[in-house]
Ligand binder design. Structure first.
Ligand code: FNR
Length: 383
């Protein structure tokens, strides 16, 4: 992923400007969902958050069979008892991160969970040659993250965050970015972003909620709009990415036009129907009054059966973890209400009346694929 002759900021501009991005999602944004999103037209994908120590306790291995780079937990991180059980059950050592170097070339950001520069640097250095950028998670409000000085704790400790950003910036030759949430007030948020850019951040994604906000409540899109407009009019000099409740192509286009943001990042909208990344042809101008065809009833969207079946094919190709696959399939099948009260992509009718229970009781990929009529001998490459 080397980029000769370009400054790191130029490289970051190329990576983030005008991009529709798959957000980092623990349990979901591993390689099957990332490759599915890319196949539908997503421009850039983030790994799920992986804590610094989880990376540094792995070995980097080239997987000949899958043609992937695997970061596999070192044997000596397990007790003898656990190792014995794993051997008995024929369980492989857990793979913390799997990358397809061909498919994800120029399109992959590793999101690090970290609270200290001396832990962040060895982890980021270890993966730097396999990814296009390192993103620091500065938004996770979960107790595990915050009590370790990570995630949203970094929003309350600017010097610590700047130390991490500067350390990564000085020692790596790929862009460093931050994913943050809104702070209490708009000007405070703008000042915070300015400070991390000064410390060396090459791009910033802003989730339009505050750390204490429930994820089910509507994102504060008016505040997000104001913050991004202020940043853009202050010539912040780095790409700014919008995140939060962008459930339709109309939402995406309207928010980008209104704010001047460089790109958008989708988490749940992409989890519920990954084909949201399918874009209209660039030369097609929406006819006035017919904008809804880029909305919930967009002709571009695939029905959910197709999306689940495609996701299973990508999971087979990359031998994803059954627990994570079941989680993602259940999320795809659930008709969640969005904070604005809309239920996107209704109604979901599955071809054979598949139900969540069929997924829950599946113990193997064979069983899961049978529920969905997906052949286990076909992969996206061979099909
Ligand atoms: C997340 N989110 C998240 N954020 C992050 O920075 N690192 C992570 O690993 C995760 N993990 C995660 C898992 C799941 C299942 C969800 C739903 C969300 C937050 C996510 O990236 C995003 O900021 C919010 O979900 C808001 O965006 P949407 O969902 O409105 O597009």
């Amino acid at each position: 992923h080397s980029s000769t002759g370009k400054s790191i900021q130029e490289r970051a501009n190329e990576l983030f400007q005008n991009k529709e991005i798959l957000a980092p999602m623990v349990r979901a944004s591993s390689i099957p969902l990332r490759s599915l999103a890319l196949s539908y037209g997503c421009d850039l994908v983030y790994t799920e958050e992986i804590i610094d120590r989880a990376i540094t306790s792995t070995d980097r291995i080239y997987n000949e069979k899958l043609k992937t780079i695997d970061y596999v937990k070192k044997k000596d991180t397990f007790s003898k008892k656990v190792l014995k059980r794993m051997e008995k059950n024929n369980e492989p050592l857990p793979c913390v991160l799997r990358i397809d170097p061909e498919l994800e070339k120029d399109k992959l950001i590793y999101q690090i969970g970290t609270g200290e520069s001396n832990l962040a640097l060895p982890a980021a250095t270890m993966v730097a040659n396999d990814v296009d950028g390192i993103d620091i998670n500065c938004g996770c409000p979960k107790k595990f993250s915050v009590s370790g000085g990570m995630g949203a704790a970094l929003l309350e400790d600017l010097p610590r965050l700047c130390d991490i950003v500067t350390t990564l910036r000085r020692n790596l030759s790929i862009p460093v970015s931050c994913k943050i949430r809104l702070l209490k007030d708009d000007q405070q948020t703008v000042d915070f972003v300015s400070a991390i850019v000064k410390a060396g951040a090459n791009s910033v994604a802003i989730h339009g909620r505050e750390p204490g906000d429930e994820s089910q409540m509507a994102a504060k899109l008016d505040r997000l709009t104001n913050v991004v407009q202020l940043l853009k009019s202050s010539s912040i000099g780095v790409p700014v990415i919008l995140n939060g409740d962008l459930y339709t192509r109309n939402d995406i286009v309207n928010m980008r036009n209104k704010t001047g943001a460089d790109g958008v990042m989708l988490a749940r909208p992409a989890l519920y129907n990954t084909s949201i990344f399918r874009k209209p042809p660039v030369d097609e101008v929406p006819i006035e009054g017919e904008e809804t065809r880029y909305g919930f009833d967009s002709k571009l969207l695939f029905d959910k059966t197709t999306v689940v079946q495609d996701y299973l094919r990508h999971s087979l190709r990359y031998e994803g973890h059954i627990k994570n696959i079941k989680y993602v399939v259940c999320e795809m099948m659930t008709n969640r209400r969005t904070p604005t009260g809309l239920t996107p992509w209704m109604p979901i009718q599955f071809s054979k009346g598949q139900c969540i229970n069929d997924v829950c009781v599946s113990k193997t990929m064979d069983q899961l694929c049978k529920v969905w009529d997906v052949s286990t001998s076909l992969t996206p490459q061979s099909s």
